[in-house]
Design a protein around this ligand. Structure first.
Ligand code: PSU
Ligand code: MN
Length: 306
């Protein structure tokens, strides 16, 4: 297969330099900025996440596609643009060739961010929540491309689990089938993004960033392709009320059905509906869990590069 990506990718100088010197770098996702939170909270959060990472001695590399360029490491004005424009597409694996060839702008999903992170040589990546198997997937076949990416691309993804807009049980089964390790960071339960316990256990629980980095290094050195999920629950004091979230999700799913929304619009529709129904409370949880993932991701990156 043709593989000649250097002319499509722009790696920010400080990121390039850190990678060349073997210093720790951590990738960050941009969908959270463009599609996950309202402006200006999204840009403020993105800047603060970068600061959290930097304060731990790690270089942050937020990833997006800007005017067709796979961009690794964003300037503050580029973050602002991603957070405050209406023409930022949601880009997953299948969308990359079109967005790049047409020189469009896109916020990258977990799948697309993993791909670009891997091209840039960055093994650890932080997001909010991963996509997964949707409820009713036995009829709709709606399974996020994130899961196939985790099966194939060797990047560790630190997240707060997956929202229960998804069928979390089936999502974990899918990951098991494709040989993707799921590690609970300081927990024996797979977290459900807004809340700490989805009701599903994780096989591996670990509270050492170094142990996680060691495990991922072994996976890569053995040539066991694919990524890894580090599931880091939102801190207890910021956890959302389960009943409120559950009822918002039920309502969002019913609205989606009634409106006949499916495909790539399903996840953004559900996320938007939950934001509208739950308002400020869930936004604060969302922001805090991303901060927490950035802290843990930075520690894993440090150990990995040590
Ligand atoms: N789930 C969340 N927050 C998100 C997403 C999912 O709780 O922001 C975004 C991520 O970018 C994820 C994508 O990779 O949605 C998955 O979309 P889809 O289900 O269409 O593959
Ligand atoms: Mn989908």
């Amino acid at each position: 297969m043709e593989k000649n990506f250097s002319s499509y990718i722009k790696i920010k100088d400080e990121v390039k330099q850190a990678l060349a010197e073997g210093k720790p770098v951590l990738s960050l996702e941009s969908t959270i900025i463009s599609h996950g939170m309202p402006y200006p909270d999204n840009v403020e959060t993105a800047l603060k996440v970068e600061k959290i990472v930097r304060d731990r001695g790690v270089i942050p590399a937020t990833i997006a596609i800007l005017d067709g360029v796979l961009t690794v490491g964003l300037e503050d004005d580029e973050l602002e643009r991603l957070g405050n424009s209406s023409d930022i597409l949601k880009v997953s694996r299948r969308d990359i060739p079109w967005v790049v060839s047409q020189k469009l702008c896109g916020a990258t999903t977990v799948a697309a961010t993993m791909i670009i992170s891997d091209l840039a040589g960055i093994p650890v990546f932080v997001t909010g929540g991963i996509g997964g198997v949707h409820r009713g997937a036995e009829k709709t076949f709606d399974v996020s491309a994130d899961l196939q990416e985790l099966a194939n691309t060797s990047v560790a993804v630190v997240c707060a689990g997956a929202k229960s807009i998804l069928d979390i049980g089936l999502t974990l089964e899918y990951l098991e089938t494709y040989g993707v390790p799921v590690v609970g960071y300081g927990t024996t339960k797979f977290p459900a993004f807004f809340t700490r316990d989805s009701g599903y256990p994780v096989e591996i629980s670990c509270d050492s960033a170094k142990d996680i980095a060691d495990m991922f290094r072994v996976k890569r050195e053995l040539g066991l392709k694919g990524g890894m999920v580090v599931a880091n629950p939102v801190p207890e004091e910021f956890e959302a009320d389960k009943k409120t979230i559950d009822s918002a999700i039920e309502k969002a799913l019913a609205d989606m059905d009634a409106k006949g929304i499916s495909g790539k619009d399903a996840t953004p529709f559900l996320l938007d509906a939950i934001k509208t129904i739950t308002g400020k409370a869930s936004l604060n949880t969302n922001i805090e869990l991303v901060f927490n993932n950035a802290r843990v991701g930075a520690e894993i990156a440090k150990s990995y590069f040590a």
